[in-house]
Design a protein around this ligand. Structure first.
Ligand code: PHE
Length: 467
């Protein structure tokens, strides 16, 4: 006997959980760094256009397919196309992808947790030392921190949809927002902060080229948690009385809003630290920004606001990034969890035990990719570049498979499930969607240029990365 499917308690709960998934390390650091390097407001404008004109329809398709089938992503493909094995491959991809992304995202979250620990315990001087990061990621304590982070994520998941995922989002998301706004106000009070604001908000269109445009789309796609099966899974927990289009718009708005506000925290901080910052020299990677550059700023704050003040600011920063990361990890691990529960008919507890064991093994292996083990550090070589196990997972699942999954869901929903069924699902709980301009746009775009663009990105990435 199957228990009735778990559901979110309210539409707000669903929106906050989906926004919790969307708001992650990508918003807090990835977006501000990308915007800084690529023309400030010009990048923001292109990014926002992609969010609303390309990503939002894909989000609707995922949520609708999930709610209609009331299954995990593999189950959704199987419910809609029962005898078509080739579509089931797409279903498998949408549960393997989130598992593998969770593997590398877990490692980064563990580092953030470690930096949070060192900030709270007042070790800013240590954090800012040039070789701290390398020593930290290669020390055995990483595994202690990993055990704690894994326990937090799995305890939330064990609580179930309403008492775990939804409750965590309802607590963590508003707290995160308050901390973020508090940080922005503090940063804006520093000397020279407005040079950073100006830099951020004055568009520089000369920086925009094909690479930047494609990076903006990838960033938007990742930031909205698309192509990972997450919104199919969360959609499957959404009651029929709650409308999808309006909820999806809220999620996209919150995600973009938080990314924008995070820029108001990071850029002024950089400029106040060094008024002559040459942004071209800022590191490309958000990781070296969080773990290399920001600790130097926190340490420098000691001269203006004292030892305790600087520790508080650093702690609040790492705590808010940690909250953002936790709600994303919860969402991404719920996908394979839902798949095991649905496909194998297991209880949440048994399923999470299996998943947790697999997760710990893979995450521990990927944590050794930074020098701890030769084998994982020098794992493979392609296109003339040596890659670690961590890099490989990142390249394959973040850079390559995500747009492919996005392409597949668009084609599946429009041409296999059919646009008329998609529309019916989107009108449920939101009858005003019927015949609206938004509906016409979604119907047209999702069957034409959106999958085309996603396929192009996929082919381009494969050609550039592996050959
Ligand atoms: N949207 C997340 C981010 O911006 C991406 C993500 C979601 C990553 C879920 C992992 C899990 O960071």
């Amino acid at each position: 006997m199957n228990a009735p499917r778990e559901e979110f308690g309210s539409r707000l709960g669903f929106i906050l959980a989906a926004a919790g998934s969307a708001v992650g390390i990508g918003n807090m650091v990835g977006f501000p760094v990308a915007a800084t390097k690529n023309g400030g407001a010009a990048f923001l404008l292109i990014y926002a256009i992609f969010v609303f004109f390309i990503c939002l329809p894909v989000m609707l398709a995922e949520m609708a397919a999930g709610r209609h089938s009331r299954k995990d992503p593999l189950g959704a493909y199987k419910t809609i196309a029962p005898n078509e094995k080739h579509w089931h491959i797409a279903g498998w991809l949408s549960i393997i992808t989130p598992f593998m992304i969770a593997v590398f995202y877990m490692v980064i979250t563990v580092w953030i947790f470690g930096y949070l620990y060192f900030s709270v315990t007042g070790n800013l001087a240590q954090l800012a030392e040039p070789d701290f990061f390398d020593n930290f990621v290669n020390a055995g304590t990483v595994f202690t921190f990993m055990a704690i982070v894994t326990a937090i994520v799995f305890l939330i998941l064990l609580g179930g949809v309403k008492q775990g995922i939804e409750k965590a989002a309802k607590i963590l998301m508003p707290t995160l927002f308050v901390m973020l706004v508090g940080m922005v106000i503090f940063v804006l009070s520093l000397d020279n902060a407005f040079a950073g604001v100006e830099y951020y908000l004055v568009p520089d269109f000369s920086k925009i080229n094909a690479t930047v445009v494609s990076a903006a789309l990838s960033q938007a796609f990742f930031s909205l948690s698309l192509g990972m099966g997450i919104l199919i899974t969360y959609g499957s927990y959404l009651g029929k009385r709650d409308g999808i289009p309006g909820s999806a718009k809220m999620v996209a708005l919150m995600d973009t809003g938080v990314a924008f506000i995070a820029g108001l925290m990071i850029l002024p901080a950089i400029f106040s630290f060094n008024p002559n910052t040459n942004t071209a020299e800022l590191s490309d990677s958000s990781l070296s920004m969080i773990f290399g550059f920001l600790p130097k700023i926190f340490l420098a704050l000691q001269t203006t606001i004292g030892y305790l003040g600087a520790s508080v600011v650093a702690s609040v920063f790492f705590l808010l990034v940690f909250f953002a990361a936790i709600t994303s990890l919860v969402s991404i691990l719920e996908v394979p969890n839902a798949a095991i529960m649905d496909e194998r008919n297991l209880s949440r507890k048994s399923s999470l035990t299996l998943l947790g064991a697999a997760m710990v093994v893979f995450a521990a292996i990927s944590a050794t990719s930074f020098g701890m083990l030769d084998f994982t550090t020098h794992f493979v070589t392609y296109a003339g570049t040596e890659k670690s196990f961590f890099d490989l997972i990142y390249d394959v699942f973040y850079d390559t498979i995500l747009p492919l999954n996005g392409f597949l869901i668009c084609i599946f929903v429009v041409y296999r499930w059919k646009a008329s069924n998609l529309n019916k699902a989107l009108e449920e709980g939101e009858p005003e969607f019927k015949n609206s301009l938004f509906q016409k746009y979604v119907d047209f775009s999702i069957g034409t240029f959106i999958p085309f663009i996603l396929l192009l990105i996929f082919i381009n990435t494969v050609a550039l990365k592996y050959f």
